[in-house]
Design a protein around this ligand. Structure first.
Ligand SMILES: [Mg+2]
Length: 241
């Protein structure tokens, strides 16, 4: 059992509150399988045209006509391009945008339900009841974080959180990002506990003055100098007073 004293608990998602597998083995395949139906159904709609405009930029073209040649099947070209980008793990704005819309539909319809470790929701409730200020810092966009916690295996948990941060605050491996978050929390950084599965993130948070806890969960990457960190395998092992 680790006992810490802090006012704010700042949590990572993947590998901390939820399994990394859910994102990679459920969310990404979910979007990939639905690209074809999505493009077909929404062809001609402004929402899809916005996606295509972003993809056009991602692909380095000036206009959509540059890659959607008149003699080709445009629907199929867009589908093949997007699926190809997913399979090659391309980091592209248009792709992210389209995936985000497909995930949103999935969470709203109930086809997608966000994974949480069994101890996550009880711990959040316990910390909240103890008066702790709970916040999320994830590389997933704030909009995606809200979809995730708004449609979890135990229902809508959004009321538990007082703020969400993503990479628009800065990289999770930069100390400046944690300094910004501490300022936003209006407490001394020492009053914040940051929990994550990634040592480089913990190091950056510690350099900003935060307390840190390493999350060790099934499926997480092995940590080399694990003894350097205080760690938990479940939130049941962490008491924050
Ligand atoms: Mg993580």
């Amino acid at each position: 059992m680790i006992e810490l004293s802090a006012q704010v608990i700042l949590l990572d998602i993947e590998g901390t509150t939820s399994s990394i597998d859910f994102v990679h083995k459920t969310m990404f395949p979910f979007a990939r399988e639905r690209v074809s139906g999505f493009v077909d159904k929404n062809w001609g709609e402004s929402m899809l045209e916005e996606c295509i405009a972003l993809l056009t930029k991602d692909l380095g073209h000036e206009t959509a006509q540059d890659w959607l040649k008149p003699e080709t099947d445009h629907v199929q070209t867009v589908v093949d391009t997007v699926v190809g980008m997913i399979d090659n793990d391309v980091k592209a704005t248009g792709l992210k945008h389209m995936q985000g819309i497909i995930w949103k539909e999935g969470f709203h319809s109930g086809e997608l339900v966000a994974h949480l470790y069994e101890d996550t929701a009880p711990a959040l409730a316990r910390w909240k009841a103890a008066g702790k200020d709970l916040r999320i810092y994830s590389s997933g966009s704030v909009a995606a974080q809200k979809l995730f916690f708004g449609h979890s295996v135990v229902g809508d948990l959004l009321d538990l959180f007082s703020a969400h941060y993503d990479t628009t605050t800065g990289s999770k491996k930069e100390t400046a990002s944690y300094e910004k978050i501490a300022t936003d929390c209006r407490v001394d950084a020492r009053e914040i506990v940051f929990i994550s599965d990634v040592p480089a993130e913990l190091d950056a948070a510690a350099a900003a003055g935060m307390q840190t806890v390493l999350s060790i969960r099934p499926g997480n990457a092995a940590v080399e100098n694990v003894d350097h960190y205080q760690s938990v395998g479940s939130f049941e092992e962490l008491q924050v007073t």
